[in-house]
Design a protein around this ligand. Structure first.
Ligand code: NAD
Ligand code: MG
Length: 404
């Protein structure tokens, strides 16, 4: 029997890599549904190539447009729209595996729907665990979903853990070493950081990714979100994880055992490796990724994270320690700040300032249900928007005076 796969966010960086791996194994996988925000043309092309049963777009008008294009091309793919469509294709009885690759908070509900339907869930959308980790992991247990990490670091850690992993202590593990490249600005003089543009921030030295996660890598907020993600995925507390900067992105993370053994997972920085690993788990399949050439890599460097350069990292560790709704507020504030930076409304160095101001004004509570999380997300976004307003004025005044 072929496994039927839904790819949420199929037109993005992870979505495209997932379809690349799936297409290498037509005897094992069949695409059930593909979804996108608003990229009608990309989704149309993907539908013609992969012939899913369903395609989903966010807006009704664009869904109608895609449906017409597909009908004219003689395609049998049906088109759905909106959040309800996403939940349908994530939880449908016919689906075995769901790749959760929507970016940001928008990924939470469809991913949770897949978990509640007991699917094999391949989790790229780290934001959903950051926002609602406790509720999410509880749903995984209750509905016996199989949760497999796609984030390269978490996939690496998963590969370095024993198959019967039931917690650090039980498995004789001392700590988890979460590696990160340090992004494009690891060595940029601090005084120049405020002038960095969206294109400079998105030019990651090792990975090619969507724009939001690329900016997160430049601020190292990505490592902060991953720090929180790792706490939930592996049931560990913040002090059991050490962040290690490793500029080559060859070691994808490590696990240190009590006997002093350190296991690392290595490979070329190509997301098709963790995607293929999770798709086929516990088996192994070809991913299309080239062999790691150790002679070409030549050396592996490691250094401590610089919290002065990357204040977002410090804020994330504090949010992980605080728990409650703080990680959801951190994530929401970051999404607003990153979007404003990408729209060239605030400076690169304003991003952590927005987050800090929002968290300072957040009264922490333990989220009892998803509504509490959604309220926290909404409130943090509103606070972040109001923090951004004067920054936007300063930014425009600054760019005008530069032009003079
Ligand atoms: P991307 O921006 O390239 O793609 C995002 C996808 O989500 C697109 O298909 C887009 O159409 C869809 N989408 C965006 N907003 C939506 C909305 N409101 N409703 C429905 N669909 C929406 O992002 P990406 O780089 O592929 O990242 C996806 C997720 O995977 C993120 O959570 C990211 O943190 C995580 N991740 C990515 C990488 C990587 O290498 N790109 C690595 C690790 C983790
Ligand atoms: Mg990662």
């Amino acid at each position: 029997m072929k496994r039927r796969v839904t790819v949420l966010g199929s037109t993005g960086s992870i979505g495209v890599s997932t379809l690349d791996v799936l297409a290498r194994h037509p005897e094992r996988y069949q695409v059930y549904a593909l979804t996108a925000n608003n990229s009608v043309t990309d989704l149309y092309q993907q539908c013609l190539s992969h012939q899913p049963r369903y395609a989903v777009l966010r807006q009704q008008e664009e869904a109608a447009q895609l449906a017409l294009m597909l009908r004219q091309a003689g395609s049998a793919t049906e088109v759905l729209a909106g959040a309800a469509g996403l939940v349908d294709v994530a939880a449908a009885a016919e689906v075995d595996t769901v790749m959760a690759a929507i970016v940001g908070a928008a990924g939470l509900e469809p991913t949770l729907a897949a978990v509640r339907a007991g699917k094999q869930v391949l989790l790229a959308n780290k934001e959903s665990l950051v926002m609602a980790g406790g509720l999410f992991m509880q749903a995984v247990r209750e509905h016996q979903a199989t949760l497999l990490p796609i984030d390269s670091e978490h996939n690496a850690i998963f590969q370095c853990l024993p198959a019967d992993y039931r917690g650090l202590q039980h498995s004789g593990i001392r700590k988890i070493l979460l590696t990160g490249s340090g992004g494009p600005f690891r060595q940029t003089p601090l005084a120049q950081l405020s002038g960095m543009t969206p294109d400079q921030a998105c030019a990651h030295p090792n990975w090619s990714m969507g724009r939001k996660i690329s900016v997160d890598s430049a601020t190292m907020m990505n490592k902060g979100l991953e720090f929180i993600e790792a706490c939930w995925l592996f049931g560990v507390s913040p002090e059991q994880i050490e962040i290690v900067v490793h500029p080559q992105s060859v070691v994808h993370s490590m696990v240190e055992y009590v006997d002093g053994s350190v296991l690392a997972q290595m490979g070329n920085p190509d997301m098709r490796t963790p995607i293929a690993h999770a798709l086929a788990w516990p088996e192994r399949i070809e991913s299309g990724v080239a062999s790691l050439d150790f002679m070409a890599v030549a050396r592996l460097d490691f250094e401590a994270p610089d919290y002065q350069r990357f204040p977002a990292l410090q804020l994330s560790v504090a949010a992980a320690n605080a728990g409650g709704i703080m990680p959801a507020s951190l994530n929401a504030a970051n999404e607003v700040a990153v979007e404003a930076f990408l729209q060239q409304q605030i400076r690169f160095t304003d991003i952590p300032v927005v987050i800090e101001k929002v968290l300072d004004k957040t009264d922490n509570i333990e989220p009892a249900d998803l509504n509490t999380v959604k309220d926290a997300d909404r409130e943090a976004r509103a606070r972040a928007e109001s923090v951004v307003v004067p920054m936007r004025r300063d930014f425009h005044a600054g760019s005008k005076s530069n032009q003079r």
